[in-house]
Design a binder for this molecule. Structure first.
Ligand SMILES: Cc1ncc(COP(=O)(O)O)c(C=O)c1O
Length: 361
């Protein structure tokens, strides 16, 4: 049995051990081909089977209607920050954005660079992004409404997605994709860098509604057009085959071991309740997000003093609990509880936190 720590990294993050073990075999000899998954052609039947199985599994996991296409792209979620406005804002239209933290701010920065028309219809910047805005009015003629479903750095999450009427939703779901069931119906596009809930960094999942493809300007460079990738089943150029393979294994784990997204949500809620419940039960630890905006995936908290936070992170690491340092831009502590983090990992963290508070409180 491999020696593994309790891994609370924000991303790249922990993956299910069974997935890693299966991938280890495939790294040398993929399904008896005598070749590694990294050595076979992306145009071979064996790889196309991997790709199509990943797409089919995702479709079943999120009950994806037939009019959506699943794409595997490169360049991370950060590339989607500019691909979305380049592809989806028709001439003469404007897009709405909601700013809930660092990643939304970066998405807005890209549309600004492109000089495309947009409007920030709500922001939680006034209180350092510690909440999800509740009051906003979506422009009825907006090309789309962009929001970040989970704010990895600030530890907030939309518990219910914004209602934009007929305006298609576009969401950066990098840090909570597949953590719970959701209705893809109101979405024009969803995207997620894989390195939290889905697999290794280097592949980006994009789910796009077919009618959105009609907006894509032919004047864009080939690789930057969603139509290119949709028409070629993500095989226009060489895709990151091993990453897609690991994503396929993660989807299989979600379907067959966990039992789907309802079951995943129950586990995620149990994990988050355990940790937030403990944080709220004492005065030593303090959660940084408003209670009604708290993220199930990234639990951000402070200790009474910065020195104690440093000591906490270092002692936790020594005790086999890794990745608890808050993002460098905000400080404090953060425990990321992605899908592959077990309830036992969270229990070990809570036990450690109790002991640390007793010794240092
Ligand atoms: C919500 C969110 N969006 C975007 C990104 C950036 O993703 P990438 O590194 O894949 O570009 C991250 C990375 O942590 C994130 O958490």
């Amino acid at each position: 049995m491999a020696a593994r720590i309790h891994n609370f990294n924000p991303g790249p993050a922990v993956l299910p051990l069974s997935v890693l073990e299966e991938a280890r075999e495939a790294l040398v000899d993929f399904k008896g081909t005598g070749m590694s998954i990294t050595e076979i052609s992306h145009r071979s039947a064996v790889f196309e089977e991997v790709l199509n199985d990943a797409i089919a599994r995702l479709g079943r996991l999120v009950n994806l209607p037939d009019n959506f296409k699943v794409l595997f792209l490169q360049g991370g979620a950060s590339t989607q920050f500019f691909m979305v406005p380049m592809n989806l804002i028709p001439e003469g239209r404007s897009a709405d954005y909601i700013n809930t933290g660092t990643w939304s701010t970066k998405a807005i920065k890209e549309i600004d660079i492109l000089k495309k028309p947009y409007k920030v219809i709500a922001s939680s910047e006034d209180r350092d992004f510690c909440y999800i805005p509740k009051e906003f009015r979506v422009s009825p003629d907006a090309a789309y409404l962009h929001f970040t479903s989970n704010n990895t750095i600030k530890g907030t999450q939309w518990s219910r997605f914004p209602d934009a009427g007929n305006v298609p939703l576009v969401s950066d779901m990098s840090s909570d994709m597949l953590c719970r069931p959701f209705d893809p119906g109101p979405f024009g596009l969803m995207y997620a860098g894989a390195q939290k809930n889905l697999g290794p960094a280097g592949v980006t999942l994009v789910i796009i509604r077919e009618d959105m493809l009609e907006r894509v300007p032919k004047s864009l460079p080939t690789m930057l057009r969603y139509t290119t990738h949709a028409e070629q089943n993500s095989l226009y150029n060489t895709p990151p085959c091993i990453n897609i393979y690991i994503v396929q294994l993660v989807f299989k784990w979600l379907e067959e071991t966990i039992g789907g997204l309802e079951a995943m949500e129950r586990i995620n809620m149990e994990k988050a309740d355990l940790l937030y419940g403990f944080i709220d039960s004492n005065d030593f630890y303090r959660g940084t997000a408003d209670k009604d905006s708290r993220s199930m995936m990234n639990v951000t908290f402070r200790l009474p003093k910065e020195d104690l936070e440093k000591q906490f992170v270092a002692e936790a690491q020594k005790s086999g609990l890794g990745g608890l340092k808050g993002h460098r831009s905000v400080g404090g502590c953060r425990a990321s509880l992605y899908n592959a983090v077990g309830l036992d990992d969270v229990q070990s963290l809570v036990d450690f936190m109790k002991e640390f508070a007793q010794k240092n409180g």
